[in-house]
Design a protein around this ligand. Structure first.
Ligand code: FNR
Length: 366
C-alpha cells in the first residue's frame, strides 16, 4: 500500500466525453446549456443518433500481431491525424472568450481539421492565425447571395481549404428548449464574419427564418463553383437518393448528418442510414458522418459502416466550456486515445483496414 488516494471529482481530468459534458453543464447557464444540447421537437432524433452508436458492437480480435496502430488518414488530399474533424458550430465564444481561436489551436495540436461555422464568433483571419491544421468553411446560403459570396471570399483569402454547404436548413427546426427560454444571444456574442449592420442575429431562430434561403435547389452547387475554386461538400444528406443527386451535381464530399437532431425530429439516426449511402457513393467522393459520436469506438463503428471520417460536435463545446483551448484539446485527445484503444483491441492496423468485418452481430436492441 502506498497510501495514495485516487484524485476524485473535479481534481482530475475527465475520463470520458460524458464527464466533460457533465462538467460543462455545471459551468454554463441553463439557457446556454439548452441552446447547445437541445434538439428539435421531442428530441427523438437527437436520442436516436446516440442510441445507434450504443447498439453497435465491435468484435475483439486476438493475436493479430498489430502492435502500434496508425489512426492517420487522407481526406481530400490532406493528411489528418485521425479520421475526425470538428463539426461546424455557431459561436464558440459562448463557451469561452477565445472561441474558435482556442478550438483551432486544439484541433491543430491533434492534427485534426476544424470546420468553421458561418456564425463563428471570431474572424476568419484570427482563426487562421491560430490554426496549424486544415480549416474548412461551413456555408449557410442566405437569401442575400452577395452576403454569402463575400463570406466565402473572406474565408478563401484567409486560407480555408474547402466549403461545406449545409443543406438541411431551408428553415431552422423548432427547438423547443430555445422557444421556451425565448433564447437570445448575450449582447457581446455576434457573428464576426457577417456584416453587423445588415441583420439582427440576436435570436438564432428568428434570424434563421428571415435570413436563410428556403428555396435552395441543386443548382446552388454550380453557383458555389462560380464563386469559389475550393472543393465543395454538402452537409445534411440522409438518403442514398440524395447522395446520388449530390454526386451528379459534382460535389467533392458528403456529410451524412441530421444536424445533431436539431432539424427534422423523427429523422433516423445518421449511423442507421450510413451503409446504404456508402453503397450509393461507392468511393466516388469523400463520405463523412456526424451526430452522436461520443467515444473513440464510435469513430471506428462509423468507419466500419463506410464513413471516411466523422465530425465531432457538442463534445468540443463541452471541452471549451470546461477549460477553453485546453479543454477542447482534452476532448480531442481523449477521443483519439479511445480510437487507438479500439483499433488495437480489434486488430485494426490502419484506417483503411476498417470494414464491416469489425462489426459483431446480432445487434442487441436494448
Ligand atoms: C450546430 N450545428 C451546426 N451545423 C452547421 O452546419 N452550421 C452551424 O452553424 C451549426 N451550429 C451548431 C451549433 C450548435 C450549438 C450545435 C450543437 C450544432 C450542427 C453540427 O455541425 C453537427 O451536425 C452536430 O452537432 C453533430 O452532432 P453531435 O456531435 O453534436 O451529436
Amino acid at each position: 500500500m502506498t497510501g495514495r488516494t485516487a484524485p476524485s471529482g473535479a481534481s482530475r481530468p475527465p475520463l470520458s466525453l460524458d464527464e466533460y459534458a457533465e462538467r460543462a453543464r455545471t459551468r454554463l447557464g441553463p439557457e446556454i446549456w439548452d441552446f447547445i444540447e437541445g434538439g428539435a421537437g421531442e428530441e427523438r432524433t437527437l436520442a436516436a443518433n446516440r442510441a445507434a452508436f450504443d447498439r453497435t458492437r465491435l468484435s475483439p480480435r486476438v493475436l493479430t500481431g498489430v502492435g502500434e496502430c496508425d489512426p492517420s488518414t487522407t481526406v481530400l488530399g490532406r493528411r489528418w491525424g485521425a479520421p475526425v474533424a470538428v463539426a461546424p458550430m455557431a459561436y464558440h465564444t459562448l463557451m469561452h472568450p477565445d472561441g474558435e481561436t482556442a478550438t483551432a489551436r486544439a484541433a491543430g495540436a491533434a492534427g485534426l481539421p476544424l470546420v468553421v461555422s458561418t456564425f463563428a464568433g471570431r474572424t476568419f483571419a484570427e482563426i487562421a492565425a491560430a490554426a496549424t491544421s486544415p480549416l474548412w468553411l461551413q456555408v449557410y446560403c442566405f437569401r442575400d447571395r452577395d452576403t454569402t459570396r463575400r463570406l466565402i471570399e473572406r474565408a478563401e483569402a484567409a486560407g480555408f481549404e474547402a466549403l461545406v454547404l449545409t443543406v438541411d436548413t431551408p428553415r431552422l427546426g423548432r427547438r423547443l428548449r430555445d422557444l421556451r427560454n425565448d433564447f437570445r444571444l448575450p449582447p457581446h456574442i455576434a457573428p464576426a464574419n457577417l456584416p453587423a449592420d445588415e441583420a439582427d442575429y440576436s435570436s438564432p431562430s428568428e434570424h434563421g427564418r428571415t435570413g436563410l434561403d428556403p428555396a435552395l435547389d441543386w443548382s446552388v452547387i454550380a453557383w458555389l463553383r462560380s464563386v469559389s475554386r475550393l472543393p465543395v461538400l454538402v452537409k445534411g444528406v440522409m438518403t442514398a437518393e440524395d447522395a446520388r443527386r449530390a454526386i451528379a451535381a459534382g460535389v467533392d464530399g458528403i456529410v451524412v448528418s441530421n444536424h445533431g437532431g436539431r432539424q427534422l425530429d423523427g429523422a433516423p439516426a445518421t449511423l442507421d442510414v450510413l451503409a446504404p449511402i456508402a453503397a450509393a457513393v461507392d468511393g466516388r467522393c469523400a463520405l463523412l458522418l456526424d451526430g452522436g459520436v461520443r467515444r473513440g469506438r464510435d469513430v471506428l463503428g462509423a468507419l466500419a459502416l463506410g464513413a471516411d471520417a466523422v465530425l465531432l460536435g457538442r463534445p468540443v463545446l463541452h471541452g471549451l466550456a470546461v477549460a477553453g483551448g485546453a479543454g477542447a484539446a482534452g476532448v480531442l485527445g481523449l477521443v483519439l486515445d479511445e480510437l487507438s484503444e479500439a483499433m488495437t483491441l480489434t486488430g485494426t492496423a490502419t484506417v483503411a483496414d476498417a470494414d464491416t468485418s469489425l462489426l459483431a452481430g446480432p445487434e442487441d436492441t436494448a
